[in-house]
Design a protein around this ligand. Structure first.
Ligand SMILES: Cc1ncc(C[n+]2csc(CCOP(=O)(O)OP(=O)(O)O)c2C)c(N)n1
Ligand SMILES: [Mg+2]
Length: 306
């Protein structure tokens, strides 16, 4: 899990670099600060399972095992990327890894993940689906419609709310009366957990329990992970609407630092992981940078399927 968190952190730092230097088109919604959610949750599922993602999806995909070279190539719009360079940051998908796709439509991934959950049940498998989305998305109708259906039909979906307290510039505490969003589970008669999303072990343990229930036919759960993005909403947002002391308090609870403080690994073990990952990141950036753009003649390829 530490490896995954460190991979996400380093990958995102490089994405930001590409963004700032104008080498990537589109937006960069950075996951820095929220790494423990993806790393802890994805450690609790198996290869046969599915994940649904969001516009802030790089971390989910990395924790799920996506190839960082192909991801970075996609982000730069290169032919060697996961979507042959036509999806970009917000639309990376990899069905061979059960990744149902990042999604630029807020709340758009929730019914897709719920549909995958229905498919698991319909086919009689014991697969489960992790459905990641934000506090903002939890106010969309798609959330309530999907959770209602999943609860009524006992679908194997774990709804993971990444409550980073903001939807772009909007403080979620201004637009929701109840700030513990997992309490919404009560209305659907399913389990709801509100946990420290910066503590990777807490995320792992809670999602593991929810996964066991889902596999055992007990239906869906909501896991609300309290966390915080260190950067603005995207690369162009300085995030000045957030009180500096709030940002400082959350930075003092950086998920990688918290992991270190808990002493799960010793300094040498962490250093070895960092060295390996730094090399992988270097390879990914070089691969993406040197890959060709798709040819103009490919513009209309892969748009429709029969
Ligand atoms: C349906 C829809 N409405 C609005 C937007 C614009 N938009 C993009 S991200 C975002 C905020 C999402 O907040 P949240 O769900 O909390 O996720 P976070 O960005 O905090 O991870 C909004 C409103 C959109 N992309 N799609
Ligand atoms: Mg949010």
């Amino acid at each position: 899990m530490y490896r995954d968190m460190y991979k996400i952190r380093r990958f995102e730092q490089e994405v930001f670099e590409f963004y700032k230097t104008g080498r990537m088109a589109g937006l960069a919604h950075l996951y820095i600060g929220e790494e423990a959610v993806a790393a802890g949750a994805c450690a609790a599922i198996d290869f046969r399972d599915f994940i649904g993602s969001t516009h802030r999806g790089h971390g989910h995909l990395i924790a799920r095992g996506a190839d960082m070279s192909r991801m970075m190539a996609e982000i730069l719009g290169k032919k060697t990327g996961y979507c042959k360079g036509k999806g970009g940051s917000m639309h990376i998908m990899a069905m061979d890894l059960g990744i149902l796709g990042a999604n630029g439509i807020v709340g758009g991934g929730i019914p897709i993940a719920t549909g995958a959950g229905y498919s698991c049940k319909y086919r009689g498998t014991d697969q489960v689906v992790l459905c990641f989305f934000g506090d903002g998305a939890s106010n969309e109708g798609t959330f309530h419609e999907s959770v209602n259906m999943a609860a009524a039909w006992d679908l194997p979906v774990i709804y993971i709310i990444e409550n980073n307290l903001y939807g772009i510039t909007v403080d979620s505490r201004r637009v929701t009366k109840e700030h513990d969003l997992a309490k919404r589970a009560i209305g659907y008669d399913i389990p709801g957990y509100t946990i420290d999303g910066n503590d990777v072990a807490a995320v792992y343990e809670t999602v593991r329990k929810a996964v066991q229930d889902a596999r055992g036919g007990k239906g869906p759960s909501i896991v609300e992970c309290k966390t915080y993005r260190h950067h603005g909403h995207n690369g162009s947002d300085p995030g000045t609407y957030r009180p500096p002391e709030e940002l400082a308090a959350w930075k003092a609870r950086d998920p990688l630092d918290l992991f270190k403080q808990k002493g799960y690994l010793d300094e040498a073990e962490m250093q070895a992981i960092q060295t390996e990952v730094d090399q992988e990141i270097q390879v990914a950036c070089k691969f993406a940078d040197e890959s060709p753009y798709p040819d103009a003649s490919e513009l209309m390829d892969d748009i429709f399927c029969d």
